[in-house]
Design a protein around this ligand. Structure first.
Ligand code: ZN
Length: 138
């Protein structure tokens, strides 16, 4: 299977800037204008200050593994050739309450080294017409 057989994210009006940034290999997240809270899921009301004005900003792309799993079975046929693969929940450097879920691009020989709090950095996977933010070990 080719990389294009993987599921292709479909941007919505709320998250379109995230995908447009990724297409330029830029990691952007929604940030509250009032309090600066980064959020990995676009919101209409800030959960911290209840503000309703947001911007799209570029965090560093660095973070740490908050949790991870090694996927050995998948229901997504496009990922069959990559089994086993790693999915991480990354705590971004700028905001301890902001987590981004993505694949960890890592060699199988390094799976034994995986642990929580390991530093990671964003990377990008071009998947057909869409580019998907992923992470690598930093
Ligand atoms: Zn806020």
């Amino acid at each position: 299977m080719t990389a294009t057989a993987k599921a292709i994210p479909v941007p919505t009006e709320l998250d379109r800037p995230y995908w447009e940034g990724a297409s330029k290999h830029q990691f952007v997240l929604q940030r509250c204008v009032q309090c600066g809270l980064f959020s990995s899921q676009p919101r209409i009301i800030c959960p911290k200050c209840h503000g309703s004005e947001f911007e799209w900003a570029k965090p560093s792309g660095r973070g740490v593994i908050h949790s991870y799993t090694i996927v050995n079975q998948t229901t997504s046929p496009g990922f069959n050739d990559e089994l086993p693969y790693v999915v991480v929940h990354v705590q971004i450097e700028e905001e301890p309450t902001c987590y981004v879920t993505a694949n960890l691009l890592v060699e199988r020989s390094e799976y034994d080294k995986l642990d929580i709090d390991l530093p990671v950095i964003v990377d990008f996977e071009d998947r057909g017409e869409v580019t998907v933010p992923q992470f690598r070990l930093a």
